[in-house]
Ligand binder design. Structure first.
Ligand code: UDP
Length: 245
C-alpha cells in the first residue's frame, strides 16, 4: 500500500484518462497495437501515477473494431458493438501487461463479465484499488451496445467522483473551426459546455457530453503525442483545451 497523498504539484487527485484505441497504433497504417507506442503511452501513465494521482484508464477499441464500421461490412450493429467492446478488452490487457512491466500495479475491470481475464466492474472495489495505488483499467465500455467509450469515461468519472476526464487524442485541443481546412482556425484554451454546444464543437458524442455537463465533470482534450503531455496536464501546464461549466 502506498501513501495516497498526491504530490502538491498535482492539480487533480483522481482522474479518468480516456485513451482512444488509435493512440496505441504505430503511425498511419501501422500495427493496431504497436509495442513502442504502447510503451510510450504507459510511461506517461506511470509518470502521473508516480505523482500520487489516482488514475483510472478508460480504453477505446477503435484501432481494432468499431460497431459502426461493422455495419458497413454487413455485421448487425448490436453484434458489431459487442465486437467493439471486446476490442477494448484486448487493448486493456495490452495496457495492463505493459504497465505491470514498468512496475505499476494495475487491475482490469470489465463491464462484461469475463472472470478469467478481468474483475467485474464493482465501483467500491475500483475505489479501493485506487486507494491502494493501483491503476484501474476499465474495459468493455459500458457493457451496452449503442454507446461509446467516451460515454464510458463520462459515466465512470461521474460515479467515481473523478476530478476530470483527460481525453488524450491526436489533436492538440478544440478549435473554433477545422484547423485542417482553415488556416485561421483558433484554438480555445478553455470553453464552457454551453458555448461548445452553441458552436456545435465536436468534443465528444452527445451522450458523453451531456453526462459530463450535467454531472459537472470537466474534460481536458489534449494531444498525447506531446512529450510528457499527461504530466503537463496534471501539473496545470497550459496544454489542450479545458471544457467546463
Ligand atoms: N462500444 C459499445 N458500448 C460501449 C462502448 C463501446 O458498444 O459502451 C463499442 C462501439 O462499437 C465502439 C467500440 O466499442 O465503436 C469501440 O469504442 P470507441 O469507438 O469508443 O473507441 P475509441 O474511438 O475510443 O477507440
Amino acid at each position: 500500500m502506498r501513501d495516497s497523498k498526491p504530490d502538491p504539484r498535482a492539480k487533480y487527485k483522481r482522474v479518468i484518462l480516456k485513451l482512444s484505441g488509435e493512440v496505441l497504433r504505430g503511425g498511419k497504417g501501422g500495427d493496431p497495437i504497436d509495442g513502442a507506442t504502447l510503451s510510450e503511452v504507459c510511461s506517461q501513465v506511470k509518470e502521473i501515477h508516480e505523482l500520487g494521482v489516482q488514475v483510472c484508464v478508460v480504453i477505446g477499441g477503435g484501432n481494432i473494431f468499431r460497431g459502426l464500421n461493422g455495419e458497413k461490412r454487413g455485421v448487425d450493429r448490436t453484434t458489431g458493438d459487442y465486437m467493439g467492446m471486446l476490442a477494448t478488452v484486448i487493448n486493456g490487457l495490452a495496457l495492463m501487461d505493459c504497465l505491470e512491466k514498468l512496475g505499476v500495479n494495475t487491475r482490469v475491470q470489465s463491464a462484461i463479465p469475463m472472470n478469467q481475464i478481468a474483475e467485474p466492474f464493482i465501483l467500491r472495489r475500483a475505489v479501493r484499488h485506487l486507494e491502494k495505488g493501483r491503476v484501474v483499467i476499465f474495459v468493455a465500455g459500458t457493457g451496452n451496445p449503442y454507446f461509446s467509450t467516451d460515454t464510458t469515461a463520462a459515466l465512470r468519472a461521474s460515479e467515481m467522483h473523478a476530478d476530470i476526464i483527460m481525453k488524450a487524442t491526436k489533436v492538440d485541443g478544440i478549435y473554433d473551426k477545422d484547423p485542417k481546412k482553415h488556416s485561421d482556425a483558433v484554438k480555445y484554451d478553455q470553453i464552457t459546455f454551453i458555448d461548445a454546444l452553441k458552436q456545435r464543437l465536436n468534443v465528444m458524442d452527445s451522450t458523453a457530453f451531456s453526462l459530463c455537463m450535467d454531472n459537472n465533470v470537466p474534460i481536458l482534450v489534449f494531444d498525447l503525442n506531446d512529450k510528457h503531455a499527461i504530466r503537463k496536464a496534471i501539473v496545470g501546464e497550459k496544454i489542450g483545451t479545458l471544457v467546463r461549466n
